[in-house]
Design a protein around this ligand. Structure first.
Ligand code: NAD
Ligand code: WQD
Length: 332
């Protein structure tokens, strides 16, 4: 099949391109390179021996995306493009609504016009807000606490509403938990700009000696060691989930929603220890106050994805740490 990957030079999108190419799909990417670099395309070629077709386009500008649809008959779209920094979204809400919502509306209009009505969307566990219990199932109540999360929830609703009047639309909403790790080649991974907000990229900076110590945001949560618990998932496992999701979109119209997580929750300190073991390094840390908006524990019930997509995560925390470290060592 010929698949359009929006945001395909980004962290998760680039890994998805590799998995799609390795399964024999043709891949067309567009990205405005706001948070990624063009040389990712060379890395994808190096890993797979195959080319992706690339367009530099900004989804806020509908006409900049039109050539992609004019020049290719697409079987499905995987929609990764978007802004994703929670704190920045609080500071600059209009930027987030403009980019993520306008961009998605433009994309859907073009998909309608060119009769490509299958979309796999990058949603997030953030749409569950503060869940009352864990593990989190797809039918749990939804709610968000910041503009980034609100854009995800709104995009989910926009895409779901498309399926009401038009039975040809097929929408798969994938709610990711906490992606970490990198491609085993060491060629693809996450390279955040500036001081990282997320835990694993921060640990990488400390490991490389670029930041002095990790601040652990709270040790008085109602969790086994008091630090926050999350469902870390290897980005390659996550990427593979999208290949299965395409098969679902092709075989069944309407809206389908899946958690992509491992089902295991690890605390901040457990991740630090796993990383220390994988790298042989020591990560200095000190406990800081809780970070505003954080929840105690979030991990998936991934049962629905296993049953309906035939997908489950394979890589364990040790592997996630090894692969993150290999990428950081060679690229930062
Ligand atoms: P990323 O920033 O590495 O990739 C997103 C890509 O989209 C970037 O290459 C960026 O340049 C591109 N982009 C942004 N705005 C664009 C625009 N207007 N037009 C064209 N391209 C644009 O992020 P990622 O971690 O790979 O995340 C991919 C998707 O998954 C995002 O939608 C994100 O919200 C979602 N997600 C990420 C996480 C996570 O922790 N990484 C968790 C849940 C959901
Ligand atoms: C993980 C744990 C922190 C940094 C965010 C977004 C979410 C999704 C994934 C996109 C928490 C603790 C962190 C640090 C720490 N993104 N921590 N010191 O907050 O679960 O999710 O990224 O959709 O929407 O909110 O991930 O990696 O920031 O934090 O102690 O320097 O690590 O308190 O318990 P989070 P994270």
């Amino acid at each position: 099949m010929k698949i359009l990957v929006t945001g395909g030079t980004g962290y998760i999108g680039s890994h998805a391109c590799v998995e799609l190419l390795q399964k024999g799909h043709e891949v067309v990417v567009f990205d405005n390179l706001y948070n990624s670099k063009r040389d990712v395309l060379d890395k994808i070629r190096e890993i797979t021996g195959k080319e992706v077709i690339f367009y530099k386009a900004d989804m806020r500008d509908k006409e900049s995306m039109r050539p992609v649809f004019e020049e290719h008959t697409l079987d499905a779209v995987i929609h990764f493009a978007g802004l994703k920094a929670v704190g920045e979204s609080v500071e600059r809400p209009l930027l987030y609504y403009q980019n993520n919502i306008t961009g998605t509306l433009n994309l859907c209009e073009l998909m309608n016009e060119y009769q490509c009505r299958r979309i796999i969307f990058s949603s997030s566990a953030t749409v569950y807000g503060s869940p009352e219990t864990v593990p989190i199932r797809e039918d749990f109540p939804l709610g968000t606490t910041n503009p980034y999360g609100s854009t995800k929830l709104m995009q989910e609703r926009i895409l779901s509403d498309l399926c009401v009047p038009d039975r040809e639309w097929s929408v798969v909403l994938l709610r990711y938990f906490n992606p970490i790790g990198a491609h085993e080649s060491g060629l693809l991974g996450e390279s955040p700009n500036g001081i990282p907000n997320n835990l694993m990229p921060y640990i990488m900076q400390v490991a490389l000696g670029k930041l002095p110590e990790l601040g652990v945001f709270g040790d008085d949560y109602d969790t086994p060691d008091g630090t926050g618990v999350r469902d870390y998932i290897h980005v390659v496992d996550l990427a593979r989930g999208h290949v299965n999701a395409i098969e679902k979109a092709v075989s069944s119209a309407g809206v389908h929603i899946y958690n992509l997580g491992t089902g295991n929750g690890y605390s901040v300190l457990e991740l630090v220890r796993a990383f220390e073991e994988a790298s042989g390094l020591t990560i200095p840390y000190s406990v800081k106050p809780r970070r505003a908006g954080d929840i105690a524990a979030s991990y998936a019930d991934p049962g629905k994805a296993k049953e309906e997509l035939g997908w489950e995560a394979e890589y364990d925390l040790a592997r996630m740490c090894q692969d993150s470290w290999r990428y950081a060592r060679h690229n930062f």
